[in-house]
Design a protein around this ligand. Structure first.
Ligand code: NAI
Ligand code: MG
Length: 498
């Protein structure tokens, strides 16, 4: 929705109100003067307006970044690290405001999701702040009369594009390592959830020189496309759908710039017959990210359940999941909030309808959301499980990005692993069994960038994270991720015989 005249805005109390987009240390509107109106998906109300940026805004941001780069790259790494530690502290001091802002704009429940995300984002700054001195090179033994060493140098202006599902965490994962390594950044926030990201930029801007971090707000193709194709961008870092990831990689190919892609998933969970227990059911609920409406790239959305425990496990799952409270994301009592927007809501409902229409698929629980009552006032969907179909139907192959889980029966372990690997995605996977030997053999056989055994948790700083196959390219969240994704190695060779 575009408008130049402010619409009636009703933000929730204690949330961040944007001052524009951050370019060269200043808060400014878009060059066109147009704005994007941001919606609270839990209430379908307008909550804020942000600049509607296009190619001209990208140009301004790149120019500001270009100006900031020469001195930023020469700041002693540990001094850059100390600034990141200060940002972490300042973010922690405002965790509640940030969490409420995330909940209001994404629909993710405050207690179960948004608060944890705000804390994790601060922790990401702290983690990378402590790593600045690890931007080390090596010496290479080329003989007594040669000194050969390497340097880890920044790439220059990084162009980053982030999605809406965990915007602050995913934004922190670009800002902290990119800046720590001496790069400057132009980041495009997601058009559906830019507010908490702007708040994070606001805090960061208090500590770093103007132009080091620029955050712009615009739509995908128009603004993100201009950023991806800008000739001065020296590195692209993208998180979002596999479809757009391919567009970004094509743009990178034109200029031979390195690209990191964190894309979609259709992650398998393999439940062994000895795991028909409450802890495994809780783990499956966590892995499926039911309390984030399953809008997660790592959602364990294909559950391979051993035939001996198929019905009893599903009965336990139904009991626990249907006890979760769906409601206003800002209400402390809500376990589950709302889907991000009408488009994603409609998409999820279509998948559910597709499942209901198949006579060979059995609805275990859930279904279409109510059309009347409080849950119809936002984009609320119902956690839904379908059983009995094989691994080859649409609901078991495509990334739904909503709370629709498919349960598939298995009896032979090799067959379960084969089905788990039968996907063009390979982001995450989960294995559930008391038999650690079995669990680890399965973990090693699964084609995926991250396998968890007997837990369904989220990412932790320090652990390299990223996808196999079409789930992505490159790794984030770790020292190695920072070194590989945000530095380039230079060799210097000196003849000592002169
Ligand atoms: P998307 O991939 O279109 O959007 C992600 C980001 O890319 C946003 O900032 C958007 O503005 C930008 N973008 C979109 N088109 C672009 C283009 N042509 N050039 C440059 N930037 C562009 O994701 P969307 O439309 O929000 O969701 C669609 C589906 O994508 C979801 O249903 C889900 O399956 C998947 N998705 C996966 C995510 C993940 O973390 N793996 C995150 C978000 C979406
Ligand atoms: Mg899209």
């Amino acid at each position: 929705m575009d408008t130049v005249t402010p619409t009636k805005l009703s933000p929730a109390s204690g949330t961040y109100q944007p001052k524009g987009q951050l370019i060269g240390g200043k808060w400014i509107g878009s060059v066109s003067g147009k704005v994007i109106t941001i919606e609270n998906p839990g209430k379908k109300t307008s909550i804020a307006q942000v600049p509607h940026a296009g190619a001209a805004d990208v140009e301004l941001a790149v120019t500001a970044a270009e100006k900031a780069f020469p001195s930023w790259k020469n700041v002693v790494p540990r001094e850059r690290g100390k600034l990141l530690l200060k940002i972490a502290e300042a973010m922690e001091a405002r965790v509640e405001e940030m969490a409420r802002t995330i909940a209001m704009e994404t629909g993710n429940a405050l207690r179960t999701q948004a608060r944890g995300e705000a804390k994790l984002a601060a922790d990401i700054f702290r983690y990378f702040g402590g790593l600045a001195s690890e931007l080390k090179g090596e010496t290479v033994p080329l003989g007594e009369s040669v000194l050969s060493y390497t340097r880890r140098e920044p790439l220059g202006i990084v162009g980053a594009i982030i999605p809406w599902n965990a915007p602050v965490m995913l934004g922190a994962l670009k800002i902290a390592p990119a800046l720590c390594a001496g790069n400057v950044l132009v980041m495009k926030a997601a058009e559906d959830a830019p507010l908490a990201v702007l708040m994070m930029a606001d805090i960061t801007n208090e500590f770093v020189p103007p132009g080091v971090l620029n955050v712009i707000t615009g739509y995908g193709e128009e603004c993100g496309g201009a950023l991806a194709n800008h000739p001065k961008i020296r590195k692209l870092s993208f998180t979002g759908s596999t479809e757009v990831g391919k567009v970004i990689m094509r743009a990178a190919a034109e200029r031979i710039v390195p690209v990191s892609l964190e894309l979609g998933g259709k992650s398998p969970s393999i439940v062994y017959p000895d795991a028909d227990e409450d802890w495994a059911v809780d783990g499956i609920i966590n892995a499926m990210r039911f309390t984030r409406q399953s809008q997660s790239c790592t959602a364990g959305s294909r559950m391979f359940l051993h035939e001996d425990i198929f019905d009893s496990f599903l009965a336990k799952l139904e009991k626990k999941v249907t006890a979760l409270k769906i409601g206003d994301p800002l209400d402390e009592a809500s376990d589950i909030g709302s889907i991000i927007n009408n488009k994603q809501y409609t998409k999820v409902c279509k998948y559910v309808q597709d499942g209901l229409d198949r006579s060979d698929a059995r609805l275990v629980f859930g279904g279409l959301p109510p059309k009347t009552g409080p849950l119809s006032e936002g984009y609320f969907t119902m956690p839904t499980v379908f059983a009995d179909r094989s691994n080859d139907w649409r609901l078991a192959r495509e990334e739904i990005f909503g709370p629709v889980l498919v349960a598939i029966r298995w009896s032979d372990e090799a067959e379960a692993i084969r089905m788990a690997n039968e996907s063009h995605y390979g982001l995450a996977a989960y294995v559930w069994t008391h038999n650690i030997g079995k669990g680890l053999r399965a973990a090693h056989a699964i084609e995926s960038g991250w396998v968890q055994v007997n837990q369904g948790g989220g990412q932790t700083p320090g652990m390299s994270y990223g996808g196999y196959k079409q789930s992505g390219l490159g790794r984030e969240f770790s020292l190695e991720g920072m070194l590989d994704s945000f530095t380039q190695r230079k060799s210097v060779t000196v003849n000592l015989a002169v």
